[in-house]
Design a protein. Structure first.
Lengths: 112, 112
């Protein structure tokens, strides 16, 4: 198993554009998390999936952010109408029943 | 009050010394606790998890949990320059789905 993968690793977009990121978790993990991290801060929780069900999400995801995990395997995170304040590292993590989370390398988003 | 608080540091210790990292959390229903290490420009990597009161040792690392005081700590024995990184405390709770809150991290610098 190669661990959690994320694609793309870097994304530069213009303000107002939509972007979509993909996360492939560790194959035997049924739990998947998305986070956002800015410089000098810890990861900020965005949402949690157990299999295909989105069971927890921050208030941030009720606006321009949405996430899916349609078949309980890979997940996508979409940001609509991007703003400069969305520039950050977007991290995905997966876990099994212990909730010990293993992180992917992240997608660095720059909004110009 | 932040949900998970850590001293931002930097904490500077000489090589071979014990580094002590502390974390407090505000939500008493928190169930599981984690320490992650994050090198600059990299994603967090799991060091240890702890679920019940007391100490848990793994090699040079010891995690300590005191739920009554809402306090978690990490001791690093025989600190090495390669331990220089940001250490993130994470607290997980179940509210129909799992939500993980990270502290902002403590920067550790081990002087050779």
């Amino acid at each position: 198993d190669t661990g959690v993968s994320q694609d793309p690793r870097h994304k530069i977009t213009k303000r107002g554009q939509n972007v979509t990121f993909r996360c492939d978790p560790i194959s035997e993990h049924n739990r998947l998390y998305w986070y956002r991290q800015t410089l000098g801060q810890g990861p900020e929780f965005l949402t949690y999936f157990q299999n295909e069900a989105q069971l927890e999400k921050s208030r941030l995801l009720s606006d321009r952010f949405s996430a899916e995990r349609p078949k309980g395997s890979f997940s996508t995170l979409e940001i609509q109408r991007t703003e400069q304040g969305d520039s950050a590292m977007y991290l995905c993590a997966s876990s099994g029943r212990t909730n010990e989370q293993y992180f992917g390398p992240g997608t660095r988003l720059t909004v110009t | 009050q932040k949900e998970v608080e850590q001293n931002s540091g930097p904490l500077s210790v000489p090589e071979g010394a014990i580094a002590s990292l502390n974390c407090t959390y505000s939500d008493r229903v928190s169930q599981s606790f984690f320490w992650y290490r994050q090198y600059s420009g990299k994603s967090p990597e799991l060091i240890m998890s702890i679920y019940s009161n007391g100490d848990k040792e793994d090699g040079r690392f010891t995690a300590q949990l005191n739920k009554a005081s809402q306090y978690v700590s990490l001791l690093i024995r025989d600190s090495q320059p390669s331990d220089s990184a940001t250490y993130l405390c994470a607290v997980n709770r179940y509210t129909g789905g799992f939500k993980t809150i990270f502290g902002a991290g403590t920067r550790l610098f081990v002087k050779a």
